[in-house]
Every structure is written in structure tokens, then in C-alpha cells.
Design a protein around this ligand. Structure first.
Ligand SMILES: [Zn+2]
Length: 124
């Protein structure tokens, strides 16, 4: 593969890949198409070659990060996250959190004062 860097000025993804299987025919298989791409880019035309997608390498490097609130843990990786969600430890923490949340809500509801109505006018 030969990579052409067209710099930040080009209005297209800057990386193109050319198949360099036959080195003896380098000029015909690599140089000419490469020059054609550059030429069409300079003319503002769409190059005949498709730009290489580079996002694949990025994705394999970056593993997804999940924060598990009830467990107060950070899980890295899609698979690890799926496993964690099914784990007993997670279910335990989840139940515990739901219970405490429910208790807190009930406590708030019963403890809310009724004298907060705005119709209390004090005679002056
Ligand atoms: Zn969890």
C-alpha cells in the first residue's frame, strides 16, 4: 500500500490506498493512478480511487467505557459490560439501590410539608 498525504488543504479525506502487488510495474500501477488522483483533486474533480477508511483501527483501540452507577464501578469493553450486567454482584447492587431509592422517595413524599401553599397572606 502506498499512502498519499495531500495535506490539510484538500477538501477530501487525505489518505488513499493503492495496491502495490506488482513492483516491477510500479509506475503504471502506482505512480500513474496516484498522479491522476492528485490531478483530479487539483481540478476539483472526484478522484477515481476511493479513500481508505481509517476508522476501523481507531475503533479496535478505543474500548467502550461503561459506568455502573449502582455498583460504583467502571467497566471497560462491550463484552465485559454485558457480563457485568448479568452478574450476581450487579443484580445485588441494583436491587439494593432500587430499594434505597424507593425508600427515599416514600420518605420525601410523606415528609413534604403542607404549609408551603402560596395563599398565606399576612395582614400588615
Ligand atoms: Zn453493576
Amino acid at each position: 500500500m502506498l499512502f498519499l498525504s495531500l495535506g490539510p488543504g484538500a477538501n477530501v479525506p487525505p489518505v488513499f490506498g493503492l495496491d502495490v502487488t506488482d513492483v516491477s510495474d510500479w509506475e503504471k500501477t502506482v505512480l500513474t493512478p496516484a498522479l491522476e488522483v492528485l490531478d483530479s483533486l487539483q481540478k476539483g474533480e472526484k478522484p477515481a480511487l476511493e479513500p481508505i477508511r481509517v476508522e476501523g483501527a481507531e475503533r479496535s483501540n478505543k474500548r467502550s467505557r461503561h459506568e455502573c452507577e449502582p455498583c460504583a464501578r467502571v467497566i471497560i469493553g462491550e463484552l465485559e459490560w454485558a457480563v457485568h450486567l448479568k452478574s450476581k454482584s450487579h443484580q445485588h447492587h441494583l436491587k439494593k439501590k432500587r430499594k434505597s431509592e424507593l425508600a427515599a422517595q416514600q420518605h420525601q413524599a410523606s415528609a413534604s410539608p403542607c404549609d408551603a401553599s402560596p395563599s398565606t397572606e399576612s395582614p400588615s
